[in-house]
Design a protein around this ligand. Structure first.
Ligand SMILES: Cc1cc2nc3c(=O)[nH]c(=O)nc-3n(C[C@H](O)[C@H](O)[C@H](O)COP(=O)(O)OP(=O)(O)OC[C@H]3O[C@@H](n4cnc5c(N)ncnc54)[C@H](O)[C@@H]3O)c2cc1C
Length: 221
C-alpha cells in the first residue's frame, strides 16, 4: 500500500546527512529496522523510488528518516537534501530482513546505522536499558558519525566508534578479524548493516571467528 507524506521539517545531522520529519500516515504499521521506498513527488523523479529506514518507533506520531546525500550521483539523495517543508513523497512498504532478534553486537558502517537506531531505540524503550548490547560504528571520519551523543546517552549501551583517518578522538581502526574477535561470544548475535564491501568483509571475518549465518542479522545498503 502506498502513502503520501508531507515534509514537516528538515535539518542537518552531519555534513552530508539530514533528518527528515513527516507525519506518520494513518494505517501505516512497521517494525523497527524495516525499510520503505520513497518517491519524490516532483517532476522527473516520481518513478525513481529509493529505500530508506524510519528511525522512529512505530507508535510515535512522526515518521523520521536520516538520509545521507550523494551529490556526485546526481540521484534521489541529492534532491532529498534540497527538500523544503511542504514537499511531498510517496511511500511504499514496509519491507526488509533486519529486525529485533534480541541483544547483540550491532555493527554499522556510515548510513547503515539507520536500522540500528530504530532497533536500539525500541529495545531501550521496551527494556529500559541496552546493557546486553554493543554498538560498533565505523565511519570514514569523525565528522561522519551520526547520532554520536545520542548513542552515548543510551543507558547501558557499550559503544566502539572507529574511523578510517588518523588524529581523531576515536580509534583509527578497520573492521577486520582481529578487531572483531573481542566482540565474539558463544551464541552471541550480530546485526550488520552498511555498504556491500564492508558487509562482505565483516561477514567473512565473523565466519573466520566461528560465527555462522544463523547468528548474523543483516540488511544490505
Ligand atoms: C533497505 C535499505 C534501507 C536504506 N536506508 C537508508 C537510510 O535510512 N538512510 C540512508 O541514508 N540510506 C539508506 N539506504 C541507502 C539509500 O537507499 C541509497 O543511498 C540511495 O538509494 C541512493 O540513491 P541515489 O539516487 O542518491 O543514488 P544511486 O541510486 O546510488 O545513484 C544514482 C545514479 O548515480 C550513479 N552512481 C552510482 N554510484 C555512484 C558513485 N559511486 N559515484 C558516482 N555516481 C554514481 C549511477 O548512474 C546511478 O544510477 C538504504 C538502502 C537499503 C537497501
Amino acid at each position: 500500500m502506498a502513502h503520501q507524506l508531507k515534509l514537516k521539517r528538515i535539518e542537518p545531522v552531519t555534513h552530508d546527512t539530514h533528518l527528515l520529519v513527516f507525519d506518520r500516515p494513518d494505517g501505516f504499521a512497521y517494525s523497527p529496522g524495516q525499510g520503505v521506498e520513497l518517491h519524490l513527488l516532483k517532476d522527473g523523479w516520481q518513478d525513481k523510488g529509493r529505500p530508506f529506514t524510519p528511525i522512529t518507533l512505530p507508535d510515535e506520531p512522526t515518521l523520521e528518516f536520516i538520509i545521507k546525500s550523494y551529490p556526485d550521483h546526481h540521484g534521489v539523495t541529492e534532491q532529498i537534501a534540497k527538500m523544503k517543508p511542504g514537499d511531498e513523497v510517496r511511500m511504499k512498504g514496509p519491507f526488509g530482513a533486519i529486525a529485533d532478534m534480541g541483544p547483540g553486537v550491532f555493527i554499522a558502517g556510515g548510513a547503515g546505522i539507520t536500522p540500528m537506531i530504530a532497533i536500539l531505540r525500541k529495545r531501550l524503550h521496551d527494556h529500559g536499558t541496552l546493557a546486553q548490547s554493543t554498538l560498533v560504528f565505523a565511519n570514514k571520519t569523525e565528522g561522519d558519525i551520526i547520532w554520536r551523543e545520542k548513542f552515548e546517552a543510551m543507558k547501558g549501551l557499550k559503544i566502539a566508534f572507529i574511523v578510517g583517518e588518523p588524529g581523531a578522538s576515536v580509534p583509527q581502526q578497520r573492521l577486520d578479524r582481529e578487531y572483531l574477535r573481542q566482540f565474539v561470544k558463544p551464541d552471541g548475535r550480530f546485526y550488520l548493516c552498511g555498504p556491500p564491501p564492508m558487509m562482505k568483509a565483516v561477514r567473512q571475518a565473523l565466519h573466520d571467528l566461528g560465527v555462522d549465518d544463523t547468528r548474523i542479522v543483516e540488511e544490505k545498503f
